[in-house]
Design a protein around this ligand. Structure first.
Ligand code: ADP
Ligand code: MG
Length: 299
């Protein structure tokens, strides 16, 4: 890195005025670095001549950035999502420090891949059955005491998640989902008492945590759950740090459900929002992310 120039940090965001992005921009500037905001649609990849990846309306090659912080890569067609990840992989090969790395985003956003990796590493996850076959899914439903949630393999913010306990309704839903070529993802209902725990792990450390108190069983803030301050027990911190490590996430929002059978990791978010968390913690969350990135660049 050229020591006479401030480091330049890219912020890959669909909306530069979204709350987390404004916080990250503020923190980048406060740390005497330059912030460059852009969207995936601003990126052009070229092969054969000149800089390989350029940002629209900018003479700068994206390779001139030292780091890129990735906000949600968003919904999109299979083409779009694969291309976005391709671009992140290309940036990494070009020496850009990408948070989170595309390989960890790939692991975390795929609910089966994430939970299977966690289970393989001894992290407790809810009992889950994943299949393309409606009969096998129904067998799973019966095995899980007929109290399950079904989820899209790639979902977020609680959308498309349904709790089922009726056999005939479940059979019908599996058949419909199968007709539209969805993978059937069924999980035993974890009796979590309408709250879950979110730990934000940055660089292998829990820097802030909260509990989310819901009125129903979905504890997403986007579904109306309320953030509550939390000083997590050491066991929870250990599980959260290990979960982030298993998925190689440099920054991770690790969600745990606490039931009478202990803690289950429900999900690891590789591009976590932090507005709710910031409302219940004194830690400057955006500042902690930016500080971590700059420290890693110095290494
Ligand atoms: N197996 C489960 N048992 C009980 N509640 C669950 C279960 N799975 C998900 N939930 C609830 O639904 C919410 C959304 O599910 P999640 O798997 O995190 O998907 P999303 O990616 O949409 O947030 C969770 O935060 C949790 O409150
Ligand atoms: Mg979730």
């Amino acid at each position: 890195m050229n020591s006479s120039k401030p480091p330049r940090i890219g912020l890959l965001t669909r909306n530069r005025d979204a709350w987390p992005s404004t916080q990250l921009r503020r923190a980048i500037v406060e740390h005497s670095a330059d912030a460059v905001c852009f969207n995936f649609a601003d990126i052009t990849a070229k092969l054969g001549e000149g800089p390989e990846i350029v940002i629209q309306d900018s003479i700068d090659a994206i390779q001139d950035l030292q780091a890129v912080i990735v906000r949600p890569i968003g919904r999109g067609s299979l083409d779009e999502i694969i291309f976005r990840l391709d671009v992140l992989h290309r940036l990494e090969r070009g020496g850009v420090f990408v948070v989170n790395p595309p390989s960890s985003i790939e692991k975390a956003v795929d609910k089966y891949r994430a939970l299977s990796l966690l289970a393989e590493h001894g992290v407790k996850v809810p009992k889950t059955v994943v299949t393309e076959n409606p009969d096998s899914a129904l067998e799973g439903f019966r095995e899980m005491e007929r109290d399950v949630v079904i989820k899209p393999l790639f979902g977020s913010q609680g959308f498309g998640i349904t709790r089922l306990s009726d056999l005939e309704a479940t059979r019908r839903i599996y058949s419909e989902l199968n007709y539209f070529r969805h993978v059937l993802y069924t999980q035993q209902f974890v009796h979590h008492g309408r709250r879950d725990i979110r730990c934000l792990v940055i660089g292998g450390r829990v820097v802030a945590a909260m509990s989310r108190q819901a009125r129903g069983w979905k504890t997403n803030v986007s579904q109306g759950a309320k953030p509550v301050p939390l000083n997590p027990p050491a066991e929870v911190e250990e599980i959260a740090v290990k979960s982030a490590e298993v998925l190689d996430c440099r920054v991770a929002g690790v969600d745990l459900l606490e039931s009478p059978d202990g803690y289950f990791v429900n999900e690891v978010n590789s591009q976590p929002g932090f507005r709710g968390l910031q409302s219940v913690t004194k830690v400057d969350v955006a500042g902690a992310i930016v500080k971590y990135v700059l420290e890693e660049l110095k290494r």
